[in-house]
Design a protein around this ligand. Structure first.
Ligand SMILES: C[S@@+](CC[C@H](N)C(=O)[O-])C[C@H]1O[C@@H](n2cnc3c(N)ncnc32)[C@H](O)[C@@H]1O
Length: 293
């Protein structure tokens, strides 16, 4: 097999692993189990072997969610037929190592390949890494192309999203007291990266709140800024200190533009304040990106 084909095959397999596409049936088995417990339905051993038969629609839905990194809410049906959402297992993608979905990983790959091909200098950063899946993918791209002189910066509190304090974030509390699943420790992330064989000198961690770590981070220039902090505050705290460090031809990727109104507000305001007219491209229902020209 030639090298180009091997590279493409490795990156494809990496995406499938990060998004749990290879063991999709096991997610369906878990969801089936929780759903039956919540709805007082019996669980039978043969359900697990015949999951594709009894939950074919769920498996179809899972494929779609994984494509779009979509959020779905499980439901509980009361005896009187009332359907109530159940916030545990809020997000099907929360069972994977990244919640961003296939289209967004494809976008990260396309942006990275574009800056590598065009010789746009600089490092890569994700502000808001959760379990680290997208950073793992960035490291995989660097390894696949034999790039050793660029850093993947992984910025996170490693204790979840901060509670809202700014008026722009009012009513948008997704802190760890509401969604503990969003708080993943640095040690857990490092162990996960190690599992993929990618914990190497190409990754550097910035631990703490963005407002404390990013303004003084020893980053010289960036080729890609990937914002994934959900809030107005977290988006601004990434953009303000880092935007000027992005080289011309580099990319800004905004994970939460379509899903978190406070993030959209921060992006729209920042673009107006800085006279940015570069076209925003849609990645999927939630995310956008633009190329700095
Ligand atoms: C939606 S998750 C990121 C998902 C991740 N990009 C992926 O690939 O699955 C949001 C992350 O942002 C972090 N975060 C949000 N606001 C932050 C802030 N102001 N400072 C530090 N970390 C923050 C949270 O701890 C959480 O890990």
């Amino acid at each position: 097999m030639n090298k180009t084909l091997l590279t493409a095959q490795y990156l494809e397999l990496l995406k499938k692993s990060l998004l749990n596409e290879l063991y999709l049936e096991n997610e369906a088995r878990l969801i089936h189990t929780f759903s039956n417990i919540l709805n007082n339905r019996p669980l039978e051993f043969n359900h697990y072997f015949n999951i594709t038969g009894i939950q074919s629609q769920l498996i179809k839905d899972l494929r779609t969610y994984k494509l779009n990194g979509a959020t779905t809410v499980m439901t509980h049906t009361d005896p009187d037929g009332t359907i109530t959402p159940v916030s545990e297992l809020r997000n099907i993608t929360e069972l994977s190592h990244s919640m961003v979905g296939r289209k967004r990983l494809d976008n990260v790959q396309a942006c990275m390949e574009s800056v590598l091909t065009d010789g746009v200098k600089g490092d890569f950063i994700e502000t808001g890494i959760w379990r680290g899946g997208t950073c793992i993918f960035m490291l995989g791209v660097l390894m696949a192309y034999g790039v050793t002189d660029r850093t993947v910066w992984a910025a996170d509190s490693f204790q979840g999203v901060p509670p809202p304090t700014l008026p722009e974030d009012e009513g948008f509390d997704i802190s760890s007291r509401v969604f503990p699943v969003l708080a993943v420790s640095l040690e857990e992330v490092q162990e996960l990266i190690q599992r993929y064989g990618l914990l190497n000198e190409n990754i550097r961690f910035l631990k703490g709140w963005f407002k404390d770590t990013l303004p003084s981070a020893p980053i010289e220039r960036l080729a890609i800024l990937r914002l994934d902090g959900d809030l107005y505050e977290s988006t601004m705290d990434g953009l303000v200190p880092l935007y000027d460090k992005i080289e011309l031809g580099g990319y800004v990727i905004v994970d939460d533009y379509g899903s978190c109104p406070p993030c959209k507000r921060a992006i729209d305001e920042f673009r107006v304040q800085h006279g940015i007219s570069d076209t925003m491209h849609v990645i999927d229902e939630q995310s956008v990106f633009w190329r700095k020209t």
